[in-house]
Design a protein around this ligand. Structure first.
Ligand SMILES: [Zn+2]
Length: 444
């Protein structure tokens, strides 16, 4: 009996240990996927209606929706800063996204009351031997890109911010040029970048990956021009203009290395055209931004298990409204195609082109017929503004403000760790999710 009982116990033991060995232990031993390549796209001022109106416009043209709106995860994201006014600017929102810490409007990477300096995700990536690229369609020392490297009390301290940029030793800065008070200051800032090991590239043909592999790069078609701190609006672009998508494609090529990279790319002029309440230009800017995202998505297809792509906005600009008082339930977004240039460039055209009367120029560039006396008492800027306004209303687009609003924005994600980007989040959560996905640590 004793032998039988012993045998039964022995069999039970074998069965249990067998079961344990067949438990999904081998699954657990697989290394957790890590985001080695991290992309963070920021559509400056790109609210929910910016996305919806652009998608509707594309649909009316029989074109595919914005590629980032097809990504598997997205989260509604609050953007408030810590001022009593609550509605943020790009400096405070950029700081929240880059560092996970809130500050006051106009401040970059620090708390002005205590002087505490925050560390950004780009700086953490650099500490972890990843390569770092900061790209923008506007100036490299403008608020959003600056939030990733600068610690300054005011976003308008362009000289000090550009000095912080040189000290960052990030591998790549690409996009618009630098803001500077005058040519002398710009020259000083450029020399300062050079003496901090930055090589200048004005076009891609000057780039040789082998030759530049261990150098820091400052790539801008506008590097030495004043004013030359932004690339043209998509609606005003000429065939060979370098655009944000070109900078992103270049950045991927330059930054790819065995330790991985962090790239931030900003569509900075969505905000500018929204401040102008210029609907046609804004829709084209959102499309331009999406073309840049598509470059990252192509990279993702090749490295799906090692890449995280996040697309967000720092805040909404303009109170862009899907529907106008005049048009009520009717919209006709295709009407914006009648606009041939941005409101900003049209104002210049009105000033420069004195040989043609204003209403002829309006008819040519907006397909609008307005009476001659409409223009008599107004400046070029006002005419341009009113004409754009009139076209927007007829298309069923409206704006509630020339400033930012406090509405939530959308954050989209695909790749390693992207499932964290769901529900109702705050912009300070973005860096936390990226840190978890990329498993990067702050070294003391
Ligand atoms: Zn703005």
């Amino acid at each position: 009996m004793k032998t039988i009982r012993f045998l039964k116990l022995a069999l039970l033991f074998v069965a249990i240990t067998g079961l344990l060995s067949f438990s999904p232990k081998s699954e657990n031993m697989k290394p957790k996927p890590v985001a080695k390549y991290v992309f963070l796209f920021i559509g400056d001022g790109m609210g929910i209606n910016h996305i919806l109106i652009t998608n509707e416009y594309l649909k009316m043209h029989g074109k595919a929706a914005l590629s980032f709106t097809k990504l598997p995860y997205f989260a509604l994201t609050t953007t408030n800063c810590i001022d009593s006014m609550r509605i943020t600017d790009s400096a405070a929102a950029g700081t929240a996204i880059a560092t996970g810490k809130k500050t006051k409007s106009g401040v970059l990477g620090m708390l002005p009351t205590t002087g505490e300096k925050f560390i950004s995700i780009a700086e953490i990536a650099k500490q972890n031997n990843m390569k770092v690229g900061i790209l923008s369609s506007v100036g490299m020392n403008h608020a959003t890109p600056a939030a990733f490297y600068a610690k300054q009390k005011s976003r308008s301290m362009y000289k000090e911010i550009a000095e912080d940029m040189a000290l960052s030793q990030f591998d790549l800065f690409a996009g618009g040029g630098l803001y500077a008070a005058d040519q002398t200051e710009l020259q000083y800032l450029l020399n300062n970048l050079k003496s901090n090991n930055y090589n200048f590239i004005f076009n891609e043909t000057q780039f040789n990956k082998k030759e530049h592999s261990n150098k820091k790069i400052y790539y801008s078609v506008n590097a030495d021009k004043i004013p030359g701190y932004a690339i043209p609006y998509r609606i005003d672009q000429k065939e060979n203009d370098v655009v944000l998508a070109d900078y992103v494609r270049f950045g991927i090529d330059y930054l790819e290395n065995p330790n991985g990279f962090f790239m931030m790319a900003e569509g900075g002029k969505i905000d500018w055209s929204s401040h102008d309440n210029d609907g046609a230009t804004t829709v084209q800017e959102v499309i331009d931004f999406d073309l840049a995202v598509q470059e990252a998505l192509k990279f993702y297809e090749k490295h799906p298990d090692e890449t995280l792509i996040v697309i967000t906005a720092d805040h909404e600009t303009g109170g862009f409204s899907y529907g106008s008082r005049e048009m009520a339930y009717k919209t006709d977004f295709l009407k914006i195609d009648n606009q041939k240039m941005s409101e900003e460039v049209f104002a210049e055209e009105l000033t420069e082109n004195k040989t043609e009367t204003a209403n002829k120029l309006v008819a040519k560039n907006f397909s609008l017929i307005l009476k001659d006396d409409y223009f008599k008492t107004t400046s070029s800027k006002e005419i341009s503004n009113q004409v754009t306004d009139s076209l927007n209303r007829s298309a069923g687009i409206w704006w509630t403000t020339g400033a930012h609003t406090g509405t939530a924005v959308l954050t989209y994600a695909i790749g390693v760790g992207s499932s964290q980007f769901t529900g109702f989040i705050d912009n300070t959560d973005i860096i936390k999710f990226i840190k978890k996905s990329a498993v990067i640590e702050i070294k003391q």
